[in-house]
Ligand binder design. Structure first.
Ligand SMILES: *Cc1c(COP(=O)(O)O)cnc(C)c1O
Length: 362
């Protein structure tokens, strides 16, 4: 069977060269006589894999030396608790809600202290990103939390809010590696790997060193970033296979020219969809133009029955998983790094044909 164009929001497409490389090494990794899945995480061969993974990721993301990179388990959702546990030393934190994941993070943090909602875009169904200045944040907050790309709504912060000296924490699960980011502007960046990095099971945390060591006393050992930093992510068994695939993905991105090149390609790719959406009136793109995501493109026909038909027919034509998140409906094309531009061009062709063949009642 041929591979389809997979627009899944996550787990999502991986680069074909990465899958091919992994397949070629699946049964016997180099001269070890075993699969990466079967080897001790303390073995020299694996030690090299995890070190190479971190080195490639640091190069790719241009991570300053005073930041630690942690390879963890538990998904981005576990970090919703780990963030307050590690950072809320005086018991105050500021949150911005721009979608469901940031709302979950906000709710989780409330278990641990005085959590203030600075702004929310829920009043307009999370179709925009609030404009915030330093004065919006409490000067004595331990940190400010945002979700940089809102996977479900297809919006993205097009600026990094100025929080002054307050550490900015960002969930970048669905936009990490899609373009360069100035890591030094953040205290912590975290991301579940299954959107743009690796298979599900790996969560990456980038944390500024001076923020380590302040965890609350009740912090489970496994959620304490310092435990993980002190043990090079090997306090316990890390998600070995996922880290190996992540390494291949990082190396693939570096080979393509790094994140500057990735950004150019992603801009070109999402423009194919957005230019089409802006040129017609059959489909509506709910996200505000200046808040549009490069990675998750959302659109609706305005008729839930037609949306359903669209997703079903698209799936039958080889465009898989274009149905919107179950909570919002409509359509969503997730076009992460691994999606080739041909996939997006062909999807637009399909959209044109669908619009022609399914005229609206009025
Ligand atoms: C997918 C996603 C999550 C949830 O990730 P899990 O790894 O399933 O916990 C959190 N935040 C964002 C922005 C996401 O896209």
């Amino acid at each position: 069977m041929n591979r389809v164009y997979n627009f899944s929001a996550g787990p999502s497409m991986l680069p074909l060269p990465v899958l091919e490389k992994a397949a070629s090494e699946l049964i016997c990794y180099q001269d070890t006589g075993m699969s990466v899945m079967e080897m001790s995480h303390r073995s020299p061969a694996y030690d090299k894999i995890i070190k190479d993974a971190e080195a490639a990721f640091r190069r790719l993301m241009n991570i300053p030396d005073n930041y630690k990179v942690l390879f963890l388990q538990g998904g981005a959702s576990t970090q919703f608790a780990a963030v307050p546990l590690n950072l809320m030393k005086s018991g105050k934190a500021d949150y911005v809600i721009t979608g469901q994941f940031s709302k979950k993070a906000y709710k989780e943090a409330q278990k641990y202290g005085d959590v203030r909602l600075v702004a929310s875009s829920e009043d307009k169904n999370n179709t925009y990103i609030p404009k915030l200045t330093k004065e919006d944040f409490r000067p004595d907050a331990d940190y400010v939390h945002i979700c940089f790309n809102n996977t479900i709504y297809g919006t993205k912060w097009n600026y990094i809010p100025d929080t002054g000296d307050i550490p900015l924490v960002a969930d970048m699960s669905s936009c990490i590696m899609s373009e360069p980011v100035d890591v030094s502007k953040f205290g912590v960046i975290y991301a579940g790997a299954q959107k743009n990095m690796a298979p599900a099971g790996l969560t990456v945390v980038i944390v500024r060193e001076d923020l380590l060591g302040n965890s609350r006393p009740e912090t489970p050992t496994m959620l304490d970033w310092k435990t993980m930093a002190d043990n090079d992510s090997m306090y316990n068994t890390p998600p070995c296979w996922c880290i190996y695939i992540a390494k291949l993905v990082y190396e693939w991105a570096l080979d393509l020219g790094g994140l500057e090149e990735m950004k150019k390609y992603n801009e070109k790719k999402c423009a194919v969809l957005y230019d089409y959406l802006d040129s017609q009136s059959y489909y509506i793109a709910p996200a505000e133009k200046e808040a549009r995501s490069m990675m998750n493109v959302t659109f609706v026909t305005g008729d839930p029955e037609l949306d359903k038909k669209f997703a079903a027919e698209a799936g039958a034509s080889g465009f898989k998983n274009v149905k919107g998140h179950r909570s919002v409906g409509g359509m969503r094309a997730s076009i992460y790094n691994a999606m080739p531009i041909e996939g997006v061009e062909k999807l637009v062709e399909f959209m044109k044909n669908f619009a022609e063949n399914n005229p609206k009642e009025n």
